[in-house]
Design a protein around this ligand. Structure first.
Ligand SMILES: *Cc1c(COP(=O)(O)O)cnc(C)c1O
Length: 442
């Protein structure tokens, strides 16, 4: 670990800056050569990336378009109005707010708008796949709401509808959150809609992971199945900038006002205008290419699961086809446990994460790893490459092949995929998607 001395000259500090630049380049090269399988990560298109480093990065625009607190926002307003329009079109809904600066911030805005401290909010357990937003030490705790957990069906990796109906009728929470970070199968909101209506609860969907699949028509359509509000990150299966979004099919103008006030001034001041503009580009690109992208993302996840299963890996939910999303879960107790396996994979050029599986108690020593297809699909890989990746897993974790040799093979597989797909402008000569700012630093 780099340690800075107590006193530093200007020359020392200049060296520190050079060091940081070099380290980030090393990071980029490492990812360029790796097989990146983190389910929540993706790559930004060149035009979106360009806007991230535009002058918008230096500006403030509090409030809504046309109702700002500072001058100089005319062009920002134009872009934000387009961004809102593109969002409503892509998700076929009437409400959008693009000011939350991340998925967690979007969740906090919803909690601020639709819950009071002390309320019970229905959600899933972390070990059943929920995000830390639902935890007492996360956004739920910050707002002071208490989780009411859905009864879970670990075989089907989704909530148990009959038991959930009983619990909801008995406890009558006013807000019910659906959505996961280990999100293999759609949530049965449609089936629960009558119960939500009966108890007068608002259905809230956290689509951080599956936003791009929803938009591409590949997963489920929560806002038309009974959820009123959808919060999400915009950088997972939707390959946009790191940012957040609120979408809705709301029953009242008052709810819209509450959500807007939740976003600002509730949980943001400025909303990262550079990221907002990059999001507008990403939404337009997803309208153009999102259906093809989402379809291939799901096909690749299923192909990877099948190929791992055939090589003796314990991929969850085999009877259900492993997954209907971008994510698969693998129980790796036999291979050494989630922590050890994720570390060994990373040393062999395959980036994954350890992950809790149903029944797990310790977040540091879980039984599973989580794998996702968004990034490898974005660079153009298809089913054939998923089989090759499964071979790398088998070589490393079952056949004892040297990690350095596996890393070489991973780079040999990756080096043919130099052009980003499903976006505009990626064919431009200077654009290399793993570089610092989208331009070759050399
Ligand atoms: C990733 C994630 C979030 C929040 O993500 P940010 O990193 O804050 O954008 C929220 N909910 C779920 C289900 C997630 O998976």
């Amino acid at each position: 670990m780099a340690q800075l001395p107590e006193r530093m000259s200007t020359a020392d500090l200049a060296q520190v800056v050079e060091g940081i630049r070099t380290t980030v380049r090393r990071h980029s090269t490492r990812f360029e050569r790796a097989i990146p399988l983190i389910a929540s990560e993706n790559l930004l298109s060149p035009y979106a990336k360009e806007l991230l480093v535009s002058d918008l990065h230096s500006r403030y625009a509090e409030g809504l378009p046309g109702e700002r607190y500072y001058e100089g926002n005319e062009q920002v307003d134009e872009v934000e109005n387009l961004c809102l329009d593109l969002a409503r079109r892509l998700f076929r809904c009437s409400f959008a707010d693009v000011r939350p600066t991340s998925g967690t911030v979007a969740n906090l805005a919803v909690l601020k708008a639709l819950a009071e401290p002390g309320d019970l909010v229905a959600t899933s357990r972390l070990a059943d796949g929920a995000h830390i937003s639902s935890a007492g030490f996360g956004a739920f705790g910050l707002r002071g709401v208490k989780p009411l957990y859905y009864p879970w069906d670990p075989e089907r990796m989704t909530l148990d509808v009959a038991k959930t109906r009983e619990v909801l009728r008995a406890v009558r929470p006013k807000l019910c959150l659906f959505g996961l970070s280990l999100f293999l199968f759609p949530m049965p909101i449609d089936e629960l809609r009558p119960t939500l209506e009966e108890i007068g609860a608002v259905g809230w969907y956290d689509g951080a992971h599956v936003l791009g699949l929803i938009a591409g028509g590949e997963f489920q359509d929560p806002l038309h199945e009974g959820a009123q509000v959808l919060s999400a990150s915009t950088h997972k299966t939707l390959p946009g900038p790191q940012h957040g979004i609120l979408l809705g099919e709301l029953k009242s103008e008052e709810t819209a006002k509450r959500l807007q006030a939740g976003a600002f001034p509730g949980v943001t001041s400025n909303h990262h205008l550079n990221a907002m503009a990059a999001l507008a580009v990403s939404l337009a690109e997803h309208l153009a290419f999102g259906r093809d992208y989402a379809r291939q993302v799901v096909r690749n996840a299923q192909a990877l699961a099948q190929a791992l299963h055939e090589r003796g890996f314990d991929v969850l939910a085999p009877e259900l086809g492993f997954t209907r999303s971008h994510t698969i879960a693998v129980r790796v107790g036999r291979e050494g446990g989630g922590e050890d396996v994720a570390l060994r994979l990373s040393r062999a050029g395959i980036i994954t994460n350890k992950n809790l599986l149903p029944g797990d108690k310790s977040p540091k020593h879980p039984q599973g790893i989580r794998l996702g297809s968004p990034e490898v699909t974005r660079v153009g890989m298809r089913e054939k490459e998923m089989v090759a990746i499964a071979e790398l897993f088998d070589d490393l974790l079952h056949k004892g092949k040297d990690p350095a040799a596996v890393a070489e093979a991973a780079w040999a597989l990756k080096r043919d995929f130099t052009t980003l797909q499903y976006c505009f402008g990626a064919g431009e000569a200077a654009y290399r998607y793993y570089d610092l700012v989208g331009r070759d630093p050399a």
